[in-house]
Design a protein around this ligand. Structure first.
Ligand code: URA
Length: 296
């Protein structure tokens, strides 16, 4: 294994002749690609940061973080948010700014623009290409909240468009809910390596999620997967015990909305036998929607 900082290329990176000619603007991406190619050729297969990072400590802090964090923030209890997101802005400040900006949005389009412009979610600096806010009807009766964008969503800028999203769409269509939904996530930038978003990342995005619920004003909320259920409800149970049981989610407007946690389609792709339970949940959503609309 060769460490990059032990290598000393003649300059910071190899400069190509055409870059010296000044006939076209300097391209940081091209320079980075060139530097990486130089290191790879030299046998570098591992990248190190300047300072060591204690991952065990990071994990411990995460485990000790209050499990109610994201849900508590949504309910307006930022004092539960204790840690710092780095870059000089603490999580509590980022949450407060997110809340101000979310409140200022008077429509879902405004909210999408506010999210795109929001720079204080640490996920923004971890390789995400763009923000991923929503897809579906802006007047939908059912709002689905998933975990966070994956690689396909990051590329297309829309939630649930990969393999799991296609399964979700097929299931919604089979349950007669195809044109009834608005879909978003607990975070709006792809977590690196598709890891689960941290409670801090979810807490910082939570005011935008809460505002989306207020603006859309759906009849029903559906929490797709354990990470969404945990963030929105702040309950310690796993998704297998939460799923299929109706509960309520109450926003700052005091409006309690019927809310159902269900299984994540990515889980269903790995555990097809669980589709039966997901189907039961979809039937329950369809029936509840009929009831909410006053159908017999
Ligand atoms: N999984 C999620 O939770 N959300 C997406 O948008 C895609 C996959």
């Amino acid at each position: 294994m060769v460490k990059p900082h032990l290598l000393h290329p003649p300059c910071n990176f190899p400069i190509r002749k055409d870059e010296l000619s000044r006939s076209r603007p300097f391209e940081p991406d091209a320079a980075l690609t060139s530097l990486l190619a130089f290191w790879a050729e030299a046998g570098v297969d591992t990248a190190y940061a300047e300072q060591p990072v204690n991952r065990l400590e990071e994990g411990r802090r995460r485990l000790e973080a209050p499990t109610r964090t994201a849900a508590a923030v949504v309910r307006g209890e930022p004092s539960l948010v204790l840690s710092s997101v780095g870059g000089g802005v603490g999580t509590a400040s980022a949450v407060a700014i997110a809340r101000d900006q979310a409140r200022a949005a008077g429509s879902l389009e405004d909210l999408a623009a506010a999210i795109e412009a929001f720079e204080l979610c640490p996920l923004r600096t971890m390789g995400a290409r763009q923000s991923v806010f929503s897809r579906g009807r802006p007047d939908a009766a059912v709002m689905l909240i998933g975990e966070g964008p994956g690689a396909d969503e990051d590329l297309q800028g829309l939630p649930f468009v990969g393999k799991a999203g296609k399964l979700l769409d097929r299931m919604l269509a089979a349950a007669g809910l195809e044109g009834e939904v608005f879909i978003t996530n607990t975070v709006f930038w792809r977590p690196p390596g598709n890891r689960t978003p941290t409670p801090e990342e979810q807490a910082i995005c939570a005011p935008f999620v809460a505002r989306a619920i207020e603006l859309l004003d759906p009849r029903l909320l559906v929490l797709v997967g354990g990470a969404a259920a945990k963030a929105m409800l702040g309950r310690p149970e796993g998704i297998l015990s939460l799923r299929g049981r109706w509960t309520e989610w109450t926003g700052e407007d005091g409006h309690a909305r019927p809310t159902l946690p269900t299984l994540h389609p990515a889980f269903l792709l790995r555990q097809p036998a669980a589709k039966k339970q997901a189907w039961t949940d979809l039937m329950s959503i369809a029936a509840r929607l009929d009831r909410e609309r006053g159908s017999p």
